[in-house]
Design a binder for this molecule. Structure first.
Ligand code: BGC
Length: 758
């Protein structure tokens, strides 16, 4: 349990400085006063120290810094470091904390950050997959568990959630976010922040969260990681910023800025974003950590002459902490002395860092999270059950013909085929924290664990996908030639009643630096699929992947397709739950699946343009060789039952400020199984002072229905839901006509109209 020593006692004991009374009165109660008291004791060097973050060198998630460990240790002892990352285990964090607590003058405790993206040791679905559940409660729960497991291992700060809206499946980091929609991403952002932080950061079962990457990182040119971003003010405010604003409002402790430049200014030097919007307009009082080395990277961007200049640009723009960049520690003190950075800015940055440390309870007990007893309190079995539950909810059924799913009792022989069928590693995904390699339940194991005794399962890999060394930093080699395993797979498939094929992506095809121009079934997978199809047409294709894939061939030729993503520790069991019908799939895509990679970036909430669609000639906005829309649109997902939307009506045709109107419709389960439908509400602003998307998600509800059951579903619409960043450069709703649409995905919708009168 938490060891609370008395703040007064603690502060009195440790603030012992040369010749000055550094005692902070124990009467100081509130955080702001405590922060000011500590700040008043600090020298400029000590202040700058709080703005420096070092990697622990145990685990690199970026290029290694030039500084050796001995020097880092000395700097820790001298109070020149405010936080560390990648220091793993209670022992290691305790050791580093001790260096500070036993040697530095002011003994200001360190924070320990880590990329706990989708679990710490129990691994949950990758964020894009988990978002497919649309289950905010489940997402909050998995963040809570991730926080608990992290805190029990010495970590008190996660660099999550990543809430970069992304519409380009070529970008490898699309797996880390919640997809293409700002509303859904905002909801997930809040759920995650609440899950990690709860209401009390000083509870040792919670950790500080980070809203990242601020901002625009998901919009890199042509899906290239770290690349230039071209977004105007309208898109910035209406699409990119809403999730960040929601996270700030939910009290996220920290923000991380991003590597990209936006219209000529790297985010790290972006004063408008960091100082004006985030800190002033949103009145947010946490601190902004740079991304790994993003401060000195401004030299490569061609914005800074050297590290010192980079430090000047970053601090002045509101980047508070330098992650492993080595720029603040060499530059800030002299920049202040030279008058190039004001001490006022430094003070503000330091106060922000101290504030979070106070909230985390570190001033009361610097070893709060370095407590070996915490691990004993964890039930990993319970966490596994949650992992299975959220994993099955994250699966999206894309196609189901010939009655192949759920698997019928008449099926007695199943052939499980494909490079990912018995892969225990790929379901763990990238950014796996302390999830062990090869620790997931594979699809084959899941089926073996869950089918009845009368069913015989055979297995053949068919071919490899990823080969050789597979790791976070190294390029992945794909098998593009070896088909020697095909024959065994063909034979087994030909003998089976049903083939389950597991194809998709290796874990290290997505994640940081993993942009691809080919987002299909790479390597020899498509060839394998075609060969199997020649001998057995009863194929259920299970996709295991981290990004939307181009699967047009499969969609046209394979009767059943299940999007199983990378589902984490319990992957195989969760997939078996769905294939065997123990769970009726309810997931919906948070991102569009393209017909061809050339459609990317692809998203449902696009603008209409002046030339929307004209089937009679070519002069409209689209392609001459492919349809314009998605193969599987945002919000899409089937069930083993069917749902019918009807009787759409609106309580009033006119909405006035301060009031709301009600949209209602009936939703009926027209099939033979109980099922859960995620009913979606979209709105279009027909004429506005800036062009507006053809539809925008504004609400969703999960509705459970027994066979034949019908329910009336309602949504309230108010003025706030109609607001956007207008031509007046502010969030407002404009009077006029709106369309409101409801349905089970972003394409198949029924609509009614109403108007806003102001
Ligand atoms: C990534 C961040 C991550 C950081 C620390 C960077 O390369 O962009 O998302 O939090 O490394 O590992």
């Amino acid at each position: 349990m938490k060891k609370r020593c008395l703040l007064g006692f603690f502060l009195c004991c440790f603030f012992i400085a040369k010749g000055q009374d550094t005692t902070i009165p124990s009467s100081v109660k509130n955080v702001e006063a405590k922060v000011d008291s500590v700040l008043a004791l600090m020298t400029l060097e000590e202040k700058v120290g709080q703005l420096v973050q070092y990697n622990g060198s145990w685990d690199l998630t970026g290029p290694a810094s030039e500084m050796n460990n001995k020097q880092k240790e000395e700097n820790l002892k001298n109070g020149k470091v405010g936080a560390m990352l990648n220091v793993l285990s209670v022992e290691a964090t305790r050791k580093a904390q001790k260096l500070v607590m036993e040697n530095s003058r002011l003994k200001i405790p360190l924070m320990f950050g880590y990329d706990v993206i989708h679990g710490y040791s129990t691994i949950f679905p990758v964020p894009l997959a988990e978002t497919s559940s649309w289950d905010l409660e489940a997402m909050e729960k998995t963040a809570q568990i991730a926080a608990l497991e992290s805190a029990a291992n010495g970590i008190n700060w996660t660099f999550s959630p990543m809430i970069d809206v992304s519409r380009d499946a070529r970008w490898g980091r699309i797996m880390e976010g919640s997809g293409e929609d700002p509303y859904l991403t905002s909801k997930v952002a809040v759920a995650k922040v609440q899950g990690y932080q709860s209401n009390d950061l000083a509870n040792p079962h919670t950790i500080a969260a980070t809203a990242k990457h601020f901002a625009g990182y998901g919009f890199g040119e042509a899906g290239r990681d770290y690349n230039t971003v071209h977004i105007g003010e309208n898109e910035l405010h209406n699409t990119i910023l809403p999730p960040f604003k929601a996270a700030a409002k939910a009290g996220v402790a920290t923000f991380m800025n991003s590597f990209n430049d936006i219209d000529g200014t790297p985010a790290t030097a972006h004063k408008t974003l960091q100082r004006d919007i985030l800190k002033r307009d949103w009145n947010w009082n946490g601190f902004v950590v740079s991304d790994w080395g993003s401060i000195p990277e401004m030299i490569a961007h061609g914005l800074a002459r050297d590290k010192k200049h980079a430090a000047q640009l970053a601090l002045n723009a509101g980047s508070d902490m330098d992650m492993e960049g080595g720029a603040y520690e060499i530059g800030l003190v002299s920049l202040v002395e030279e008058g190039k950075v004001s001490e006022e800015y430094i003070n503000d940055a330091v106060k922000r860092v101290l504030r979070v440390k106070f909230k985390l309870g570190l001033f009361e007990d610097p070893y709060l999270y370095a407590n070996p007893e915490l691990l004993d309190q964890i039930s990993f079995e319970e966490h596994k059950a949650v992992a299975r539950d959220v994993a099955k909810k994250s699966i999206v059924l894309l196609k189901n013909e010939k009655g192949l799913l759920p698997i019928q009792d008449s099926v007695k022989k199943i052939a499980v085929i494909g490079p990912l069928a018995n892969d225990k590693d790929t379901p763990i995904g990238n950014w796996r924290a302390q999830g062990k390699s090869n620790s997931a339940v594979s699809l084959l194991e899941g089926l073996q664990n869950n089918v009845s005794k009368e069913v015989a399962i055979s297995y053949a890999k068919g071919a490899d996908l990823g080969m050789g060394e597979r790791s976070f930093l190294m390029p992945l080699e794909i098998n593009r030639t070896d088909t020697s395993g095909f024959q065994e797979a063909i034979t087994k498939a030909s003998e089976a009643d049903l083939v389950i094929m597991a194809l998709g992506e290796d874990a290290f095809q997505t994640g940081e630096g993993r942009s691809q121009v080919d987002i299909g079934l790479v390597g020899v997978q498509k060839e394998l699929l075609k060969e199997i199809q020649k001998v057995n047409k009863n194929i259920v294709l299970v996709l295991i992947n981290g990004r939307p894939l181009e699967i047009t061939y499969a969609s046209e030729n394979i009767p059943a397709i299940v999007e199983a993503w990378q589902l984490g520790s319990e992957s195989g069991n969760a997939i078996a739950d769905v294939l065997l019908g123990d769970y009726n799939p309810s997931g919906k895509l948070p991102v569009s699946f393209p017909r061809a990679v050339g459609q990317e970036p692809l998203y449902y909430n696009q603008k209409n343009t002046g030339r929307p669609f004209n089937p009679t000639h070519v002069t409209y906005s689209g392609y001459t060789d492919e349809k314009k829309d998605a193969l599987y649109p945002f919000g899409f997902g089937l069930s083993y039952t069917s749902f019918e939307y009807g009787n759409l009506s609106i309580s009033e045709e006119e909405l006035t400020p301060g009031n709301s109107i009600e949209v209602s419709f009936s939703l009926k389960n027209t099939g033979e199984r109980e099922g859960k439908e995620i009913a979606q509400l979209y709105i279009r602003d027909l004429v506005a002072s800036t062009t507006r998307p053809v539809k925008e998600l504004k609400g969703f509800k999960m509705v459970k229905l027994a066979p034949g059951e019908s329910k009336t579903v309602t949504f309230q619409i108010n003025e706030e839901m109609l607001q956007f960043y207008s031509a007046n450069k502010k969030w407002e709703a404009e009077a006029g006509e709106f369309e409101v649409m409801v349905g089970g995905n972003s394409r198949d919708l029924q609509k009614v109209k109403f108007s806003l009168k102001k």
